[in-house]
Design a protein around this ligand. Structure first.
Ligand code: ADP
Ligand code: TYD
Length: 207
């Protein structure tokens, strides 16, 4: 099977993911590579409908396991409809959040633990990113970058929840040193971009 490159970007809300995704897109455009940009939850028509339910501030009664399964359901659709076909065509897939978000937010933040990895092993069906950039920033700093009236159901969770999510991310980084690249996201946009670009050059050189 012809194989493209799969890159995901992770981190607390407001950590600068969208900002750096623009830089990552530019990097691959400059290299004349065919890119597919996508995001989770969402990335497909079905996934976007699931996203609207999960992030709705009126869905406060949602059970945590329901939430975890909805994220995984959106992901299963995303992997089969968008990510796998694009990689098979040799494209570069850039994904704003992927399975690590579920492990961090539902596994650690919601304290659902191992169940989240199990459900998601079916959703990703072996399709994992080649590189994951983890934007590391104190969650309270990230939160302060987002306007209060623009926060969705997950973003408006309490500080302890976001601290636990961040702890989950750090654990994932420790457990996956070959895939997850930790980025100090408290620095300037340009400094972060330089780090990301040098890692991407390395990735291309290894192809
Ligand atoms: P995310 O996609 O992770 O939620 P964004 O890229 O949307 O984060 O950034 C959130 C806010 O923080 C935006 O207003 C953005 O301009 C700003 N921002 C992004 N990166 C930095 C940075 N390195 N330093 C300071 N502010 C930043
Ligand atoms: P989004 O608006 O995409 O946030 P951001 O711009 O910070 O990425 O909202 C996605 C929210 O959903 C975010 O708070 C993280 C959360 N999330 C999970 O809890 N589990 C998941 O598996 C995914 C993909 C996202």
């Amino acid at each position: 099977m012809k194989k493209g490159i799969f890159i995901s970007i992770e981190g607390p809300d407001g950590s600068g993911k969208s900002t750096q995704i623009e830089n990552i897109k530019q990097f691959f455009k400059d290299k004349k590579r065919d890119i597919v940009f996508t995001r989770e939850p969402g990335g497909t028509a079905i996934g976007e409908r699931i996203r609207a339910i999960i992030l709705d501030n009126n869905c406060s009664e949602m059970d945590y396991m329901t939430e975890a399964m909805l994220y995984a359901a959106a992901r299963a659709q995303h992997v089969s409809q968008v990510i796998k076909p694009a990689l098979a065509e040799g494209k570069t897939v850039i994904c704003d959040r992927f399975v690590d978000s579920s492990i961090a937010y539902q596994g650690y933040g919601r304290r659902l633990g191992e169940a989240v990895a199990v459900i998601n092993s079916y959703a990703v069906a072996g399709c994992m990113p080649d590189v994951t950039f983890l934007m590391k920033i104190d969650p309270s700093v990230g939160k302060n970058r987002i306007r209060a009236d623009q926060q969705d159901r997950l973003e408006s969770e309490k500080e302890a929840f976001h601290d636990e999510v961040f702890r989950g991310y750090l654990k994932l980084e420790e457990e996956n040193p070959g895939r997850i690249v930790g980025i100090d996201a408290s620095r300037s946009i340009d400094e972060i971009k330089r780090d990301i670009y040098s890692k991407l050059e390395e990735v291309l050189n290894c192809l």
